[in-house]
Design a binder for this molecule. Structure first.
Ligand code: 4AD
Ligand code: MG
Length: 477
């Protein structure tokens, strides 16, 4: 007798065989047909119970959600809709379910409802498909870097620095919130805290990755990052996973090439390895789109969108060109944007990014050379003295997918910049050391993993592509 998963049974060429299988009942119909799912595949396997020879008490306990252990025989299916099925010889109930209260009934549930039941939502086709794709994508990411000579490094989760300088950090402290030690001036005295200084959850592993790039050459991180930005949008999480490669001797053009090749490669990998899940999600998206007005429907299906990104060059556009396009655009002239673009220097909002990718270029866009004062302190200043070698990659339906840059490698310029932004040199003494000892051109970028999963699955809300989302006022589970 072999113990196999549903995926293994459905994949192999049919051979009649004795089967030992465990899983959860999706449905039980006519006191006879169990649709069994074990998570290994989108598909269920049909298990046919001989109800005349099965204890009535057991039959009653075969309900949606119950865990069961089945022994039987794999046979060619007698009915339509599946090629093989299991003729059940023995069935044991491993864990009962209560059909009255079990939240995941065999019917359509709203994503809001399923978010409230995030511990059970992967028992639906949509969420199991999304999470299998998420798993494949993260594997593809590690594979890409491994195949290309990068080292995987683990950057600290607790840090003392604010890498992005945006002040959106969660504090980490061991002090008594009610009665913290105070300085003479009456402020909380972090010298007495666990680390002897103020610490927070990291917003990015970049600064530490730079240190490793400047010795190991090519490195990447793939870990959780935390941002206390109070943006309750469908594209922001307070805890998300970020992939950050960092490469010595690589300039901004090389960085763009790397990011583009990397994105295409990992999307191609899921197209080749998760076909059934993708086809299911494509159909889900089509059904969802049918409920929208014609004008808002996407011209491409999910798989077409993935293919399009894989097969076409990303459009590379400077910030300055983008501002010209936006200034002369219809929604700007007709004042349809919430933020009207009036002059060079404006920070781009997501409405502008989406106009550029979805309406104007209709393909992924790499925007580069942004004004220095809307970007982080570590970006390489251009010869014009006012722009930096930054790049953002914008995707249709998503907006910003990647943010990266060539780093400022010149000690004096970096110091000036930090001084102007009031960043304490003593805090980042080690970061400055990298510019003192063997400095060199280097670059990297950060990819928000959940935004990539959104794109690959066609899911519209970032809360639905991470197992247990953390957002303002929500840390359940
Ligand atoms: O553009 P960001 O802030 O860049 C950095 O953190 C750099 N240190 C990266 C680097 O150069 N090594 O963030 C990078 C990406 C964004 O493009 C976006 O995809 C994602 O991280 N991101 C978020 N994803 C989900 N929720 C949030 N709150 C996010 N904030 C950023
Ligand atoms: Mg950014």
């Amino acid at each position: 007798m072999t113990s196999k998963t549903v995926a293994e049974l459905l994949k192999a060429d049919f051979k009649p065989q004795d089967i030992d299988i465990k899983g959860w009942v999706r449905t039980f119909r006519a006191n006879r047909f169990i649709a069994l799912n074990d998570g290994s595949s989108l598909q269920n396997i049909q298990c046919v119970v001989d109800f005349e020879n099965t204890d009535e008490k057991i039959l009653k306990r075969i309900t949606t959600g119950a865990a069961v252990h089945i022994k039987g025989e794999l046979i060619e299916s007698q009915g339509k809709g599946q090629s093989v099925e299991i003729k059940v010889d023995q069935i044991a109930i491993l864990g009962d379910s209560d059909p009255e209260t079990y939240p995941i009934q065999p019917k359509k549930h709203s994503f809001e409802f399923l978010r409230e039941n995030a511990h059970l939502r992967t028992r639906t086709n949509t969420f199991s498909a999304v999470m299998r794709l998420r798993s494949t994508l993260s594997f593809a990411i590690h594979k890409y870097f491994n195949d290309n000579g990068f080292y995987y490094m683990h950057t600290p989760i607790i840090t003392g620095s604010d890498a992005e300088g945006a002040g959106e950090m969660f504090r980490v402290t061991g002090l008594d919130a009610k009665n913290p030690p105070l300085t003479e001036e009456g402020n909380v005295n972090y010298k007495e805290d666990f680390f002897g200084k103020e610490t927070n959850l990291t917003v990015s592993g970049q600064l530490e990755a730079e240190a490793y790039a400047m010795s190991l050459g090519k490195v990447y991180t793939f870990g959780p990052t935390f941002r206390a930005e109070n943006s309750n949008t469908s594209r922001h999480l307070a805890e998300f996973w970020m992939i950050e490669p960092e490469v010595a001797f690589m300039d901004l053009a090389g960085n763009m090439d790397l990011a583009e090749d990397f994105l295409k490669s990992v999307l191609k990998y899921v197209l080749e390895h998760n076909r059934a899940d993708l086809e299911f999600l494509e159909q889900r998206l089509l059904d969802e789109e049918k409920t929208k007005p014609q004008a808002e429907r996407s011209e491409m299906s999910l798989i077409e969108k993935l293919r399009f990104v894989i097969d076409n060059n990303f459009k590379r556009v400077s910030y300055t060109e983008a501002i010209d396009i936006l200034k002369n655009s219809k929604p700007n002239k007709k004042k349809q944007f919430n933020y009207i673009i009036e002059e060079w220097g404006a920070d781009l909002q997501s409405e502008h990014e989406r106009f550029l990718v979805e309406k104007h270029f209709k393909c992924p866009v790499i925007l580069f050379d942004y004004p220095a004062n809307i970007k982080a302190f570590y970006m390489r200043l251009n010869e014009d003295g006012k722009t930096v070698r930054a790049m953002d990659i914008l995707f249709p339906g998503i907006g910003e997918m990647v943010g990266g840059s060539q780093r400022e490698e010149r000690l004096d310029v970096l110091r000036e910049k930090m001084k102007a932004l009031d960043i304490d040199e003593e805090e980042l003494w080690w970061y400055l050391d990298l510019r003192k000892y063997g400095t060199a051109v280097h670059s990297g970028f950060g990819l928000g993993f959940e935004r990539l999963v959104m794109f690959a699955t066609g899911m519209g809300n970032i809360r639905d592509v991470i197992p247990f989302p953390r957002t303002p006022h929500n840390a359940e589970f």
